[in-house]
Ligand binder design. Structure first.
Ligand code: FES
Length: 87
């Protein structure tokens, strides 16, 4: 049986870190560790994605969250899980 995990990319470049990326990564890490998200997603830290004016930047499902907030990203991740169902 193949276990498929969706990827959530969080920029950890200096501008994104300064603009709240560090907190977003921490919040996401915590949210992805708990049910029902646990095991269905993988958090990936990236280097600067060259979109610093939109910092903090998160990418999930081909969607760029510019000036992202933890709440909107977590909400989108939860919605994606509901649509696809847990693996
Ligand atoms: S630091 Fe995140 S896009 Fe440049």
């Amino acid at each position: 049986m193949k276990h498929k995990r969706q990827l959530v990319f969080v920029c950890s470049g200096s501008d994104c870190k300064k603009s709240g990326g560090k907190e977003i990564r921490k919040d996401l890490k915590e949210a992805l560790k708990t049910a029902p998200l646990k095991g269905n997603f993988k958090l990936i830290q990236t280097k600067c994605l060259d979109m610093c004016k939109s910092a903090p930047l998160v990418i999930f499902e081909d969607h760029f969250f510019k000036k992202a907030s933890s709440e909107e990203v977590i909400q989108k991740v939860k919605k994606a899980l509901k649509i696809q169902g847990p693996n």
